[in-house]
Ligand binder design. Sequence first.
Ligand SMILES: [Zn+2]
Length: 499
Amino acid sequence: MGSASSAYRVIYLDVDGRTQKVVFSRFCSPCDIKELFCTATGLSRNTTISLLDSTGAMICETVNTGHDYGCGLFSHLSDKEELFQNVLTQVAEQFSRAFKINELKTEVTNRLAMLEKRVELEGMKVVEIEKCRSDIKKLREEMASRNNRSVTSLSFLDDNKKLTPRRDVPSYPKYMLSQQTIDALRKPTFDVWLWDCTEHMYHDLGLVKDFNINPITLKRWLLCIHDNYRNNPFHNFRHCFCVTQMMYSMICLCNLQEKFTQVDILILMTAAVCHDLDHPGYNNTYQINARTELAVRYNDISPLENHHCAVAFQIFSQPDCNIFANFDPEAFKQIRQGTITLILATDMARHGEILDSFKQKVDNFDFTNEEHVTCLKMVLIKCCDISNEVRPMEVAEPWVDCLLEEYFMQSDREKAEGLPVAPFMDREKVTKPTAQIGFIKFVLIPMFESVMKLFPQIEEVMVQPLRESRDRYEELKQIDDAMNEKKKSENLTMGGKKK
Ligand SMILES: [Zn+2]
């Protein structure tokens, strides 16, 4: 419907039964109005539009160039009312659609904005994930270049494949330990360069039988343990074996099975086996100073020892390697707690604290007191961990070279990275005798002598060899010193001659 006035023109449109008022300036020409209608409704400009009054009568007819606005709009079709109605209804429909399109437009715009925001956020996530990936790749490459690590290592949990234990136990030709070997294995003098017999020890101590350990699981577990020691000069599987064998020999020598429960024996052996798992070859000081992932993860508190424990229990979490599978939850908890306590006790930063605590108890030692027993177990694993000098010289001495090699590897790296270097690790400052004398005199002998108070039998087989080793290194040092003096005086003499 339409109407006109002198100041402005008003057209009323019937849009879905609602009357919409459209106001035009009186300066609008019919062409302008037609143009506006066509634009708003999306109709072609050649369309002919008819205007009717409120009674339904056609107001005016004009051709496309229509100039007589006062006569209204355009039509040349028909006088028939019906036709006008139809046409106007169409116009109304087009307007209605146009209004809906606007609503739709707003909605689409809003949705687009939301989508854009999401894409932006997702994009940021993708960037972060990519960064993580590249960091992990870099770390892997760095670690691979640094260590010749075993393929099935658990390490930093970055590869699920590494968690997979060996499903099938390789069929080794079954070797029988001779009685001579079995006897030798019980003594600290055992040549650990020759044999790996941890499995035998678990059987011999009655642990397999008493705890109903599946012998195949025991084999798989030990293979997995072997795979999770790295090929460091010192902290490798052979060191693990030495510590375990020394523990076994102390259990035998001190008749610990008469004083301790089998659970304690199992904890002592298992902690010894696991105590350096996945050792990276750089000590806690390096980890902390270099702010490594381990130091950050464990807040600088015994990062390595915490890591050894974590790797140990990741291995136990695999059913194929879980030698404690038959334990009830309470017993497992006890084994877990005991093992963790012992492995954490191997951090040499805690040496003074642990030894002092033991010294306070040793004179009134009570094997029924849990705290006393735990403290003794901590000292025992500490003794075993640093017990190389208890062994015969031909076994012990190569270990000093291995340790110094690992130390030099660290100090070289510390120098390269501008980190502090400990003098005892510095290839410019340390010699074998100087490295060993202080360690044997101030760390090893005092600790073994404290244990000797409880177990006098260790004096002959353990403490005495330590004293002999100390004396030997002191002699070596005297020879070194004499040689150095000689060199110095020769240099002086040569210098004098030159002058
Ligand atoms: Zn160790």
